[in-house]
Design a protein around this ligand. Structure first.
Ligand code: PEP
Ligand code: MG
Length: 306
């Protein structure tokens, strides 16, 4: 079995009937990019940037962030690298930010909501990203988007960051591909509207499931409700994939569901094009894809959804 997986590492992730799916890695620190390459990951589908901001006393500078993003891009040698802007709040606290205590932190001031309220912090990160983008195939992704206005507001700040850099004569890349996480049911339901403002979607099932079934992803007492195969979750993913395709946008998944080989059949059938997971899962998921036929999966999922 181990030898089999080692051989699979260098093969393309094709189904029996020849449909290709892109397998990317999730990382939380720049050095983890190496593990993704070792497992033949074709890109980074989610770089969680929170690590730069946590376990320290002050905000990381633009320079420090630029160096971290550049390190990942250089390591990945031109392969796609999706970097997610700060997803703080929820369960993640930062001592030097005024997040405060909330009754329902997962429904509170988190991720893009916080960033839009702290434009100085957000623009520092966006400037670092735009500057790093000259070193590879960087794509920017916004977390916890619930509707069109948040995308437009984030894009306004991105445009301001570009103007500032260009006024200062700094090197940066303009028109970096822009995507959003689909991890709130509202976003999935209006994904036809959202698709018109971005280049790609990445479905965050960890949060999408918790918000769909209203069961805290960390609470053991309600974990029996946290079901990635709940028909409601599958219907939402189906809506997102259809809308992405309708508007010619790329659709990926970076929640835990993407790294579970038992889910491969569903994801093939639903039409998720790019799957991002912990590096160690890549060969296992590839093995699952190589044992399945796309047309069978599509038929099975169609029946399931009905
Ligand atoms: C998700 O919600 O599925 C996701 C990938 O983001 P995180 O786990 O960081 O919330
Ligand atoms: Mg999430």
């Amino acid at each position: 079995f181990t030898a089999n997986l080692a051989a699979i590492r260098d093969m393309p992730s094709l189904t029996i009937d020849g449909k290709r799916f892109e397998l990317y890695g999730n990382i939380g620190k720049p050095e983890e990019a190496e593990m993704v390459l070792q497992q033949s990951g074709e890109g980074i589908g989610l770089f969680r940037t929170e690590f730069l901001f946590m376990d320290r006393g002050e905000m990381p500078s633009e320079e420090e962030q630029y160096e971290a993003y550049k390190e990942v891009l250089l390591k990945m040698q031109g392969k796609p690298v999706i970097i997610r802007t700060l997803d703080i709040g929820g369960d993640k606290e930062i001592p030097y930010l005024p997040l405060g205590k909330e009754f329902n932190p997962f429904l509170g001031w988190r991720a893009i909501r916080y960033c839009l309220a702290d434009p100085a912090l957000f623009k520092t990160q966006l400037r670092a990203l735009l500057r790093a983008a000259v070193h590879g195939d960087l794509r920017i992704m916004f977390p916890m988007i619930s509707g069109e206005k948040e995308i437009l507001d984030a894009k306004t700040l991105l445009a301001e960051a570009e103007q500032e850099l260009s006024a200062q004569g700094m090197a940066f890349k303009s028109s970096v591909p822009l995507g959003i996480m689909i991890e709130i049911p509202a976003a999935a339901l209006v994904s036809d509207k959202l698709a018109q403002h971005v280049d790609f979607f990445s479905i965050g099932t960890n949060d999408l499931i918790q918000y769909t079934v209203a069961a805290d992803r960390m609470n053991e007492k309600v974990s029996y409700l946290y079901d990635s195969q709940h028909l409601a979750v599958l219907r939402l993913i189906d809506i997102v994939c259809r809308n992405a395709k309708k508007y010619g946008k790329h659709v990926g998944m970076c929640g835990e569901m993407a790294g579970d080989p038992r889910m491969a059949k569903l994801l093939i059938g639903l039409g998720v094009e790019e799957w991002s997971m912990s590096a160690s899962q890549i060969p296992l998921v590839k093995q699952a894809i190589m044992s399945l036929s796309e047309s069978d999966c599509v038929n099975d999922v169609r029946e399931l959804l009905n």
